[in-house]
Design a protein around this ligand. Structure first.
Ligand SMILES: C[S@@+](CC[C@H](N)C(=O)[O-])C[C@H]1O[C@@H](n2cnc3c(N)ncnc32)[C@H](O)[C@@H]1O
Length: 236
């Protein structure tokens, strides 16, 4: 793969809604929350900013985005400028969030925790969330334990440190201090893909990125019984 990662593929192809269920599922999750124009919302690891733009358009709330990848940042910035949406975009890591404690009413984190140091990022989310604030996450989850070889194949492909079962996520959220932890019943099957997929291609991209796309598709089919996701919602 020449050192290129799955995230490089997402960034160069400008995949919007790069999480299970896409923007459709995002809208359903958000509709279950009490969001108003006064809500302070962080889209953590916003990618190209599709969810953040929806949040502003739908609720006129105060939207902040944090993203580490410069290509993603550029594409999110272009999106917000084109739409003339006053969304604040910050380059940085969810492992060290550049905001004060008790800042946000909502944090939405769509397929980001899988790629980072999970306890570190979760404790940062907890810190910057207001008491009573809501944390909403849509994250890769395995349905059952995998053998070592399969685990290594998936971990290696995504360049991540671990694969978590539903209970592992719940324990991590509890250990961080979150309350009212719930698994939302909304679900989507990863191998069905995302019908409303949005792309915003970079001018130049490495041909190897097509192999990553291909390999990703094959992996979702191969592990479709095991590789899944869950939507976790909880409060501080
Ligand atoms: C699977 S994509 C999801 C993007 C977006 N949330 C969406 O649903 O379209 C994961 C995103 O997390 C970002 N990311 C990875 N590590 C990060 C970190 N330490 N801090 C902030 N963002 C990070 C990646 O650059 C990428 O945009």
């Amino acid at each position: 793969m020449g050192g290129l990662t799955y995230i490089d593929f997402l960034a160069k192809f400008g995949v919007g809604g790069a999480h299970p269920g896409g923007i459709g599922l995002t809208k359903s999750i958000l509709a279950q929350e009490h969001i108003t124009k006064d809500s302070m919302i962080l889209d953590a690891g916003c990618g190209t900013g599709q969810t953040a733009a929806y949040l502003f358009n739908q609720y006129q709330a105060k939207i902040f985005c944090l993203e580490i990848n410069p290509i993603m940042i550029e594409k999110a910035k272009n999106r917000f400028e084109k739409l003339q949406f006053p969304i604040q975009l910050f380059q940085g890591s969810v492992e060290e969030i550049p905001f004060d404690r008790n800042t946000f009413d909502f944090i939405i984190c769509e397929s980001v925790l899988a790629f980072v140091n999970k306890p570190k990022a979760l404790s940062e989310f907890y810190r910057v969330l207001k008491t009573g604030g809501r944390f909403l996450a849509n994250e890769m989850t395995i349905n059952s334990k995998l053998n070592k070889q399969a685990e290594q194949e998936i971990i290696g492909f995504y360049n991540i440190d671990s694969l978590l079962l539903e209970n592992d996520w719940i324990r991590l959220l509890e250990d961080t201090g979150f309350k009212q932890i719930k698994i939302n019943e909304l679900q989507s099957d990863l191998k069905d893909g995302n019908v409303a997929q949005e792309f915003n291609f970079s001018q130049n991209f490495e041909p190897e990125l097509f192999s990553i796309l291909n390999e990703h598709g094959n992996m979702l089919i191969k592990y479709h019984d095991i590789l899944s996701h869950r939507i976790f919602t909880c409060s501080k």
